[in-house]
Design a protein around this ligand. Sequence first.
Ligand SMILES: Nc1ncnc2c1ncn2[C@@H]1O[C@H](COP(=O)(O)OP(=O)(O)O)[C@@H](O)[C@H]1O
Ligand SMILES: [Mg+2]
Length: 360
Amino acid sequence: MYAVEVNQLNKTFGKTVILNDIDLEMEAGGFTVLLGSSGCGKSTLLRLIAGLEDVSSGQVKIGAKDVTLADPKDRDIAMVFQSYALFPHMTVAENIGFGMRINHRPKTEIQSRVKDVTEMLQIDHLLDRTPSQLSGGQRQRVAIGRALVREPKVFLFDEPLSNLDAKLRAEMRLELKKLHEKLNATIVYVTHDQIEAMTLATRIVLLDKGVIQQIGNPYEIYNTPANCFVARFVGSPQINLLQGNLVCQQDQWGIEIGKTIISLAHYEFSAAPKEGRQVLLGIRPEHITQSPLSSDMTMDLPVNAFEMTGSETLAEFDLHGQPLRAKLEANVEIANGLALPLHLNLSRISVFCAESEQRL
Ligand SMILES: Nc1ncnc2c1ncn2[C@@H]1O[C@H](COP(=O)(O)OP(=O)(O)O)[C@@H](O)[C@H]1O
Ligand SMILES: [Mg+2]
């Protein structure tokens, strides 16, 4: 198991800055997910680690070794692409054994490795088929098999599941998780899908426009987002961000939103708060419920709109002119204009500076 490290990494294409001063340590044996929307630089970062692209400046280390200038084949990595990149005229067995054949491994060794790997991935009954005779999910397994057979120090995955339909994606997600536990390998995994990141990662690196927004485990990213971008990026439906002002009454901090004051008694500020400061209160829709909790606040608010999904009711309320979305139970009695009692779980909120959008 090797850690992967990038130091002050920069990448520009022409005059366009794609990656800006990336400092990152991807732990040995960890499942690091590079998360961000399309075009933010995830694949470029992965390709720099793989050596498929040259750095503009900075350093890439795999294990203790500086590989910044090393050839991809000398980096002891294996990469799995979204497009699978299988050889169409070769069988499954030939595709998976290809790298070992190139390295002149003995035939019996190749056969035995291919057998082990295809059994692990449950494609050992497909060895003689060509890629055109496989489903999308099976092709993806072959691509993963081709990476596994090489026993690399580090696996790099670039959106390996995004060509699969939703059901298969969920299945493969679970299998990748099991595979990681079994192999105990270092994985660096690129995706734009927050669910994949939340479920697979030991650590998430959230990128926007080539700049790291936050590094943390899924719990930290979800519950203590470093800024509004991170808060909005994870969670569905999106977090509520309500405009208000910081107030202090009898040594108690709160946020004034219209005529309502929301208590910050449970909130741990990371910097000293300032009275009157314009802020955004972040509260996730699932933390506004109809069942009273220990650290809550109760308000009666009118329903603006609602939709029933079968398993839950998503409702939008009006709080002094600002929309407030809540995830309520499926069988709630609801109608537009009707006021419902709501409980806010104030132990789960975030507060951001309205100007910088950074967590306070
Ligand atoms: N070879 C290249 N030449 C010029 N621009 C590129 C090249 N590769 C990627 N880009 C640009 O770099 C940005 C980041 O791309 P990429 O790393 O593929 O993003 P992501 O994988 O996050 O969707 C995009 O704006 C893309 O157009
Ligand atoms: Mg990409």
